[in-house]
Design a protein around this ligand. Sequence first.
Ligand code: FES
Length: 198
Amino acid sequence: MAATPEIDMNRRRFLIAATAAVGGAGFVMTAYPFVMSMMPSQKALAEGGPIDADIRPIEPGMLVTFAWRKQPVWVLHRTQAMLDRLGKHDQLLLDPLSQQPQQPVYCQNATRSIKPEYFVAIGICTHLGCIPTYRREVGAPDLGANWPGGFFCPCHGSKYDLAGRVFKDVPAPLNLKIPEHTYLSATRLLIGADKKAS
Ligand code: FES
């Protein structure tokens, strides 16, 4: 049976709190072997400003979750094989060209990113706010033979590809939202602003 919106919001709050709690202990693996959680400084959290993220530990294929403004922000290090698949299932997507304003203009492109290998997105389903799970397995039995790898929302079954583009015929109406961000260097990502705050 589908969860109610109230339950969804509780789940969302719980999961964000859990992410913060895990991240506060340092840099640890969660249940999924390719997902990690990280936490910005207390100062950045208190101010709600942009966070400076070290992306060096993110191996190809790995997803790391950062906490920003009490939201989970994903950084996925896409492999070349993942990138090669992105252009092959546009017919399955609701907004394959990202025409809805769910991203900064510099991410309105085929990979929805500044650098193709790094996908940055707010990890909150655009239906009722649950946190989708990272499902990178192509053709996963429970998601169908044409599943290209992506994100699956367990609350009501919405699906997104590895660029956060929502599939047709699911409850979610929009692609995943991409926050403002910029690269301070090859290994440092600023999440929450287009340029380094002074
Ligand atoms: S919250 Fe309903 S499908 Fe994600």
